[in-house]
Write a protein that binds this ligand. Sequence first.
Ligand code: MG
Length: 257
Amino acid sequence: MRLLIDLDGVLYRGRRALPGVRELFEWIEARGHSYSLVTNNSTRPPDEVAAQLRGFGLAVPPDHITTSALATARWLHERAGKGARVQVLGGPGLLQAIFDPALGFRPDWYSPEWLVAGSDFDLTYQKLTAACFAVQRGAQFIATNPDTTFPTEQGITPGAGAIQAVITLVTGIRPTVIGKPEPAIYEMALRTMPENGEVVVLGDRLDTDILAGQRLGLKTVLLLTGVSTREEAETGEIRPDFVFEDLCHFLAHADDL
Ligand SMILES: [Mg+2]
Protein backbone atom coordinates (compact mmCIF):
# COMPACT_ATOMS: atom_id res chain seq x y z
CA MET A 1 0.00 0.00 0.00
CA ARG A 2 1.15 3.55 -0.72
CA LEU A 3 -0.25 6.07 1.75
CA LEU A 4 -0.63 9.80 1.11
CA ILE A 5 -1.18 11.24 4.58
CA ASP A 6 -2.22 14.76 5.53
CA LEU A 7 -0.66 16.33 8.64
CA ASP A 8 -2.85 18.75 10.60
CA GLY A 9 -6.10 17.10 11.65
CA VAL A 10 -4.74 13.63 10.86
CA LEU A 11 -1.46 13.17 12.78
CA TYR A 12 -1.79 16.10 15.16
CA ARG A 13 -3.99 19.00 16.01
CA GLY A 14 -2.23 22.17 17.10
CA ARG A 15 0.44 21.04 19.52
CA ARG A 16 -1.07 17.66 20.38
CA ALA A 17 -0.52 14.34 18.62
CA LEU A 18 -3.81 12.60 17.81
CA PRO A 19 -4.69 9.14 19.18
CA GLY A 20 -3.22 6.24 17.20
CA VAL A 21 -0.45 8.19 15.53
CA ARG A 22 2.42 6.03 16.83
CA GLU A 23 0.46 2.87 16.08
CA LEU A 24 -0.06 4.15 12.51
CA PHE A 25 3.69 4.30 11.88
CA GLU A 26 4.25 0.92 13.59
CA TRP A 27 1.60 -0.59 11.31
CA ILE A 28 3.16 1.01 8.20
CA GLU A 29 6.56 -0.40 9.12
CA ALA A 30 5.25 -3.86 10.06
CA ARG A 31 3.36 -4.21 6.75
CA GLY A 32 6.13 -2.73 4.59
CA HIS A 33 3.85 0.01 3.25
CA SER A 34 5.32 3.21 1.83
CA TYR A 35 4.08 6.69 2.67
CA SER A 36 4.48 10.39 2.09
CA LEU A 37 3.17 13.10 4.42
CA VAL A 38 1.56 15.65 2.10
CA THR A 39 0.91 19.20 3.25
CA ASN A 40 -0.37 22.32 1.49
CA ASN A 41 1.70 24.45 3.87
CA SER A 42 4.60 25.91 1.84
CA THR A 43 6.21 27.99 4.58
CA ARG A 44 8.21 25.32 6.43
CA PRO A 45 10.87 23.09 4.84
CA PRO A 46 10.58 19.29 5.42
CA ASP A 47 13.34 19.22 8.08
CA GLU A 48 11.30 21.67 10.21
CA VAL A 49 8.19 19.53 9.81
CA ALA A 50 10.27 16.45 10.72
CA ALA A 51 11.54 18.25 13.85
CA GLN A 52 7.96 19.03 14.90
CA LEU A 53 7.01 15.36 14.39
CA ARG A 54 10.00 14.26 16.47
CA GLY A 55 8.43 16.29 19.29
CA PHE A 56 5.46 13.90 19.04
CA GLY A 57 7.83 10.91 19.21
CA LEU A 58 7.65 10.24 15.47
CA ALA A 59 10.84 9.61 13.46
CA VAL A 60 9.87 10.64 9.92
CA PRO A 61 12.73 11.22 7.46
CA PRO A 62 12.41 14.63 5.73
CA ASP A 63 12.34 12.90 2.31
CA HIS A 64 9.02 11.32 3.34
CA ILE A 65 7.45 14.79 3.56
CA THR A 66 5.99 16.51 0.49
CA THR A 67 5.18 20.18 1.04
CA SER A 68 3.39 22.25 -1.58
CA ALA A 69 6.68 24.15 -1.90
CA LEU A 70 8.59 20.98 -2.88
CA ALA A 71 5.83 19.80 -5.19
CA THR A 72 5.84 23.22 -6.89
CA ALA A 73 9.64 23.11 -7.30
CA ARG A 74 9.47 19.62 -8.85
CA TRP A 75 6.59 20.64 -11.09
CA LEU A 76 8.53 23.68 -12.27
CA HIS A 77 11.68 21.60 -12.78
CA GLU A 78 9.75 19.46 -15.27
CA ARG A 79 8.68 22.54 -17.24
CA ALA A 80 11.36 25.22 -16.86
CA GLY A 81 15.00 24.74 -17.84
CA LYS A 82 18.11 25.55 -15.86
CA GLY A 83 18.57 29.29 -15.66
CA ALA A 84 14.84 30.00 -15.83
CA ARG A 85 13.97 33.36 -14.26
CA VAL A 86 11.64 32.93 -11.29
CA GLN A 87 10.09 35.38 -8.86
CA VAL A 88 8.92 33.94 -5.56
CA LEU A 89 6.41 35.42 -3.15
CA GLY A 90 6.80 33.15 -0.15
CA GLY A 91 8.52 32.11 3.05
CA PRO A 92 11.80 30.27 3.71
CA GLY A 93 10.29 26.87 2.85
CA LEU A 94 9.29 28.02 -0.61
CA LEU A 95 12.48 29.99 -1.30
CA GLN A 96 14.61 27.01 -0.24
CA ALA A 97 12.63 24.61 -2.46
CA ILE A 98 12.55 26.77 -5.59
CA PHE A 99 16.13 28.00 -5.36
CA ASP A 100 17.61 24.59 -4.59
CA PRO A 101 20.94 24.88 -6.48
CA ALA A 102 20.26 21.52 -8.18
CA LEU A 103 17.33 23.08 -10.08
CA GLY A 104 19.35 26.05 -11.34
CA PHE A 105 16.56 28.66 -11.30
CA ARG A 106 17.54 32.31 -11.03
CA PRO A 107 15.72 34.80 -8.79
CA ASP A 108 14.49 37.69 -10.91
CA TRP A 109 12.27 40.56 -9.73
CA TYR A 110 12.33 42.50 -13.01
CA SER A 111 11.61 40.16 -15.91
CA PRO A 112 10.65 36.76 -14.50
CA GLU A 113 9.25 34.02 -16.72
CA TRP A 114 7.48 32.44 -13.75
CA LEU A 115 5.82 33.88 -10.67
CA VAL A 116 5.44 31.40 -7.80
CA ALA A 117 3.12 32.60 -5.02
CA GLY A 118 2.63 30.97 -1.63
CA SER A 119 2.21 32.27 1.91
CA ASP A 120 4.54 35.16 2.69
CA PHE A 121 4.55 36.35 6.30
CA ASP A 122 6.84 39.24 5.29
CA LEU A 123 4.63 40.40 2.45
CA THR A 124 4.91 44.06 1.52
CA TYR A 125 3.05 46.30 -0.92
CA GLN A 126 6.24 46.49 -2.98
CA LYS A 127 6.48 42.70 -3.32
CA LEU A 128 2.79 42.40 -4.20
CA THR A 129 3.18 45.14 -6.81
CA ALA A 130 6.24 43.43 -8.33
CA ALA A 131 4.26 40.18 -8.51
CA CYS A 132 1.38 41.95 -10.29
CA PHE A 133 3.82 43.55 -12.76
CA ALA A 134 5.40 40.15 -13.43
CA VAL A 135 2.05 38.58 -14.34
CA GLN A 136 1.05 41.60 -16.47
CA ARG A 137 4.28 41.20 -18.40
CA GLY A 138 3.60 37.59 -19.15
CA ALA A 139 5.16 35.59 -16.32
CA GLN A 140 3.29 32.31 -15.77
CA PHE A 141 1.44 32.51 -12.47
CA ILE A 142 1.86 29.41 -10.28
CA ALA A 143 0.24 28.96 -6.85
CA THR A 144 1.65 26.58 -4.25
CA ASN A 145 -1.74 26.03 -2.60
CA PRO A 146 -5.14 27.70 -2.77
CA ASP A 147 -5.99 27.90 0.97
CA THR A 148 -7.46 31.35 1.55
CA THR A 149 -7.11 31.13 5.34
CA PHE A 150 -4.41 30.07 7.75
CA PRO A 151 -5.54 29.26 11.29
CA THR A 152 -3.46 30.55 14.21
CA GLU A 153 -4.07 30.53 17.95
CA GLN A 154 -5.17 34.19 17.83
CA GLY A 155 -7.56 33.68 14.93
CA ILE A 156 -7.79 33.18 11.17
CA THR A 157 -5.15 34.95 9.06
CA PRO A 158 -4.75 35.40 5.27
CA GLY A 159 -3.45 32.24 3.58
CA ALA A 160 -1.66 31.82 0.27
CA GLY A 161 -4.97 31.85 -1.62
CA ALA A 162 -5.81 35.29 -0.24
CA ILE A 163 -2.49 36.69 -1.48
CA GLN A 164 -2.97 35.02 -4.88
CA ALA A 165 -6.50 36.47 -5.05
CA VAL A 166 -5.09 39.99 -4.87
CA ILE A 167 -2.86 39.26 -7.88
CA THR A 168 -5.82 37.76 -9.75
CA LEU A 169 -8.04 40.77 -8.91
CA VAL A 170 -5.38 43.16 -10.19
CA THR A 171 -4.32 41.27 -13.33
CA GLY A 172 -7.43 39.24 -14.20
CA ILE A 173 -5.23 36.12 -14.43
CA ARG A 174 -5.81 32.97 -12.39
CA PRO A 175 -2.89 30.84 -11.24
CA THR A 176 -2.07 27.23 -11.99
CA VAL A 177 -2.49 25.57 -8.58
CA ILE A 178 -0.21 22.74 -7.39
CA GLY A 179 -1.54 22.03 -3.86
CA LYS A 180 -4.68 20.11 -2.86
CA PRO A 181 -7.43 19.91 -4.15
CA GLU A 182 -5.50 20.01 -7.43
CA PRO A 183 -3.95 16.59 -8.02
CA ALA A 184 -0.39 17.76 -8.89
CA ILE A 185 0.90 17.57 -5.30
CA TYR A 186 -0.17 13.91 -4.94
CA GLU A 187 1.35 13.10 -8.35
CA MET A 188 4.64 14.68 -7.25
CA ALA A 189 4.57 12.80 -3.90
CA LEU A 190 3.93 9.48 -5.65
CA ARG A 191 7.00 10.00 -7.86
CA THR A 192 9.17 9.99 -4.73
CA MET A 193 7.72 6.65 -3.53
CA PRO A 194 8.41 3.09 -4.67
CA GLU A 195 5.71 1.33 -6.75
CA ASN A 196 4.19 -0.48 -3.84
CA GLY A 197 0.56 -1.38 -4.44
CA GLU A 198 -2.67 0.55 -4.14
CA VAL A 199 -2.62 4.22 -3.19
CA VAL A 200 -4.74 5.32 -0.21
CA VAL A 201 -5.32 8.94 0.82
CA LEU A 202 -5.78 9.76 4.52
CA GLY A 203 -7.16 13.25 5.14
CA ASP A 204 -9.41 15.34 7.36
CA ARG A 205 -10.80 17.70 4.69
CA LEU A 206 -13.25 16.71 2.00
CA ASP A 207 -12.66 19.80 -0.13
CA THR A 208 -8.87 19.37 -0.32
CA ASP A 209 -7.42 15.97 0.72
CA ILE A 210 -10.33 13.81 -0.40
CA LEU A 211 -11.20 15.78 -3.56
CA ALA A 212 -7.58 15.66 -4.78
CA GLY A 213 -7.53 11.90 -4.23
CA GLN A 214 -10.79 11.43 -6.11
CA ARG A 215 -9.49 13.48 -9.03
CA LEU A 216 -6.71 10.89 -9.40
CA GLY A 217 -9.05 7.93 -8.89
CA LEU A 218 -7.41 6.98 -5.57
CA LYS A 219 -9.00 5.26 -2.58
CA THR A 220 -9.86 7.90 0.04
CA VAL A 221 -10.24 7.75 3.81
CA LEU A 222 -11.70 10.64 5.83
CA LEU A 223 -10.70 10.88 9.49
CA LEU A 224 -13.05 12.87 11.73
CA THR A 225 -10.25 14.36 13.86
CA GLY A 226 -10.00 17.59 11.86
CA VAL A 227 -12.21 19.84 9.76
CA SER A 228 -14.87 17.78 7.94
CA THR A 229 -17.74 16.01 9.70
CA ARG A 230 -19.47 12.65 9.17
CA GLU A 231 -22.64 14.47 8.11
CA GLU A 232 -20.76 16.38 5.39
CA ALA A 233 -19.16 13.13 4.21
CA GLU A 234 -22.52 11.36 4.02
CA THR A 235 -24.64 14.14 2.53
CA GLY A 236 -22.26 16.40 0.60
CA GLU A 237 -20.99 16.25 -2.96
CA ILE A 238 -17.59 14.81 -2.05
CA ARG A 239 -18.00 11.29 -0.66
CA PRO A 240 -14.91 9.47 0.61
CA ASP A 241 -14.65 5.68 0.28
CA PHE A 242 -14.31 5.27 4.06
CA VAL A 243 -14.96 7.44 7.14
CA PHE A 244 -13.36 6.68 10.53
CA GLU A 245 -13.57 8.46 13.88
CA ASP A 246 -9.78 8.51 14.25
CA LEU A 247 -6.57 6.64 13.38
CA CYS A 248 -7.34 3.89 15.95
CA HIS A 249 -10.58 3.04 14.13
CA PHE A 250 -8.80 3.26 10.77
CA LEU A 251 -6.10 0.83 11.97
CA ALA A 252 -8.73 -1.66 13.12
CA HIS A 253 -9.88 -1.94 9.47
CA ALA A 254 -6.79 -0.91 7.54
CA ASP A 255 -5.75 -4.41 6.47
CA ASP A 256 -9.15 -5.01 4.86
CA LEU A 257 -9.72 -1.75 2.99
MG1 MG B 1 -5.57 18.63 7.43
